[in-house]
Ligand binder design. Structure first.
Ligand code: FES
Ligand code: FES
Length: 176
């Protein structure tokens, strides 16, 4: 069975016909040539495929493309503002937040979504005081980014990059 859907990917609207079993990740990569989201495990375990779906982070390998119909999809390629890198992208460069780079698009989208979650007061498993806005210390960042694995072990740089970029991404003072 096939279905006609529309996806807005990094601001560009696409109409496509997909087999209803197609994942959002395969629709992006194989149908639309949007290769920023990476296929690592294809089982929801590594985070390499993370995108923002209507602004919230999502694992594209676990979502059917038909479930993303009419949604806004932001990939790591769409985070930049033209030639100006997103603060997270610049911070990953400044803090050596990657080696091979395969996990990096997912790390960037996950970090962007995570900072918004924290700004909205969402607690994590590492949050000790549920009555106060979460403070994004290294423990909080590690916990909130724990769904994104890095086989190169660039974690110290990733945490430093997110910590540095947080003030430049509109995250309120109380969340840092
Ligand atoms: S490819 Fe989606 S979580 Fe690994
Ligand atoms: S930079 Fe290589 S897997 Fe993360």
């Amino acid at each position: 069975m096939h279905a006609d859907i529309t996806l807005a990917v990094d601001g560009e609207e696409h109409a496509l016909r997909v087999d209803t079993r197609t994942t959002l990740l395969d629709a992006l990569r194989e149908h639309l040539g949007a290769t920023a989201p990476k296929k690592g495990c294809d089982h929801g375990q590594c985070g390499a495929c993370t995108v923002l779906l209507d602004g919230r982070r999502a694992l594209a390998c676990l979502i059917l493309a038909v479930a993303g119909d009419s949604c806004q999809v932001t990939t790591a390629a769409g985070l930049a503002d033209g030639d100006t890198l997103h603060p997270l992208q610049q911070a990953f460069i400044d803090h050596d937040g990657f080696q091979c780079g395969y996990c990096t698009p997912g790390q960037l989208c996950s970090a962007a979504g995570m900072l918004q979650e924290a700004a909205q007061g969402w607690p994590s498993a590492a949050t000790t005081d549920l009555t106060a806005p979460p403070v994004l210390d290294d423990t909080e960042i590690r916990e909130r980014m724990s769904g994104n694995l890095c086989r190169c072990g660039a974690y110290p740089g990733i945490v430093a990059a997110i910590s540095t970029a947080a003030p430049h991404t509109g995250v309120p003072e109380g969340s840092r």
